[in-house]
Design a protein around this ligand. Structure first.
Ligand code: DLL
Length: 432
């Protein structure tokens, strides 16, 4: 049994969770029907009325919401409250560059902080901790989201935001930071810089709270090693809340979704059918307590599976497995489906020879897709570059089912990321 921030909520029985979710869902559906034109029209079209929500499974009668809806009804048309009740706006640009915004009421901010605080306490944080927030502050939800959660726990918050890497590390040493919040790619960069500065023995880090982008178990090991901490995964998205939608406990066997606030479903992304518990598919989330901009059956595009088995930490909220990619970050190269995470897996398997800093470049020449992977050699590499390149190309072909050209670059030649790493450059989009 670990530490809980809200034990009465985090350890509720499944019956209690379902009862609470149904009550909140009925409340939410009624208010979006009354206050948001889009939901009312969609529900009318689908022939479903708030009174039809009699049990939890009735959720599947409701229409889905997508990112496109947030663009179409930008900026305020999906609010279920008056604009004057909104006290904060966050935004995300997504891959296509078009803005979407999320409005929060005071209560929404408080609940969001609870979600992040649950995560922090699950990693051992308390009012004695020193939490350095190196997620970017601003419209991105990472910085302020982690900040509020850490304040809720009563920790000493160090709001460095991202960037200015050497200064970050000096603060970490001088102030005795115990908990570090940032993206996993920035954590890798910080680890590299700590090594260059030769200050690993001055760090006092216990735990890292890393999320906002996909990362692998191999990356977890490398970060833990470089920074001397235990690395935890945290999942979230602007549309739903920000960080703290789901979080790892000490068992690190999936991320507990805050089920008192959010109802998850897994659907087949093609047929849109709800899949039975344990199936792999697209995660769909409904916010049942959020006041400002509620999301009903929001299609996250993230692919994962839900685990309803008991977790030995004592928390009862369902766990989502690490997202294995997004339906929209899947590349189709010469007709074959390729996820960047598959490439990363191969590179990390060879972490003695190459570093996990890579970039995928896809283009189209004479109507044929070209597929190149730029990857940095590890500073320790002393072998034969050509042989290494051939080995990686053959492992990638076995993993992906198609060939890619590998280019081995000198250490430090790929730009480091202070936020979310940009791994894919798809030049085909420019000409399509
Ligand atoms: O990334 C919120 C966040 C901030 C989460 C800080 C965790 C920590 P967006 O910028 O809207 O929000 O991006 C959301 O990022 O749909 C996933 O595809 C991806 N993502 C977020 N967390 C994880 C994770 C924030 N732990 C999108 N693993 C989501 C894999 C993640 N992907």
């Amino acid at each position: 049994m670990g530490n809980y921030f809200q034990p009465d909520i985090e350890t509720m029985s499944r019956e209690e969770i379902s009862e609470l979710q149904l009550k909140n869902l009925q409340w939410q559906v009624k208010r979006v029907y009354e206050n948001v034109q889009m939901y009312r029209e969609r529900m009318d079209d689908a022939g479903v009325h708030p009174d039809d929500i009699k049990e939890l499974s009735d959720l599947s009668k409701l229409p889905f919401t997508t990112k496109q809806d947030l663009r179409d009804y930008y900026p305020f048309q999906l609010l279920a409250v008056r604009k004057r009740d909104i006290v904060r706006i966050h935004a995300s640009s997504g891959t296509t560059g078009k803005q979407i915004v999320a409005g929060y009421t005071r209560n929404d901010l408080d609940q969001w902080a609870n979600g992040v605080a649950r995560q922090l306490v699950a990693t051992g944080a308390s009012n004695k901790s020193r939490v350095q927030v190196s997620y970017g502050y601003g419209l991105f939800t990472g910085g302020l989201g982690a900040h509020q959660g850490a304040e809720k726990v009563g920790a000493m918050v160090i709001p460095t935001s991202s960037g200015n890497t050497e200064r970050q590390i000096r603060f970490m040493c001088d102030l005795g930071t115990t908990h570090l919040c940032c993206t996993p790619s920035y954590a890798m960069y910080l680890g590299e810089t700590v090594k260059e500065m030769g200050v690993k023995n001055q760090l006092n880090l216990q735990a890292g709270i890393f999320g906002a982008e996909p990362w692998t178990e191999e990356m977890r090991k490398q970060i833990q090693d470089a920074l001397g901490l235990k690395a935890y995964d945290i999942y979230g998205l602007t549309e739903i809340m920000g960080p703290g939608v789901a979080y790892e406990c000490e068992c690190q066997n999936g991320m507990h979704i805050c089920e008192d606030m959010i109802i998850p479903e897994i659907i087949d992304p093609d047929t849109e059918e709800v899949l039975p518990p344990g199936s792999f598919g697209e995660l769909v989330l409904t916010t049942v307590t959020k006041e400002g901009q509620p999301m009903i059956r929001y299609r996250t595009r993230d692919l994962c599976r839900l685990d309803y088995s008991t977790c030995s930490c004592g928390r009862t909220h369902v766990r989502m497995k690490k997202p294995a990619g997004r339906t929209d970050d899947m590349l189709i190269i010469r007709g074959v489906n390729v996820f960047p995470s598959q490439i990363e897996e191969v590179l990390l398997r060879n972490s003695i020879e190459v570093s996990p800093n890579y970039q995928i470049v896809v283009d189209r020449v004479n109507n044929t897709d070209t597929f190149d992977i730029n990857v940095e050699l590890s500073p320790r590499f002393t072998g034969d570059v050509d042989a290494e390149k051939r080995k990686l190309e053959s492992q990638l072909r076995a993993q992906l089912g198609i060939g890619a050209k590998v280019h081995l670059l000198r250490p430090k030649s790929i730009e480091r990321s202070e936020g979310k790493a940009k791994r894919v450059i798809d030049n085909r989009k420019l000409t399509d």
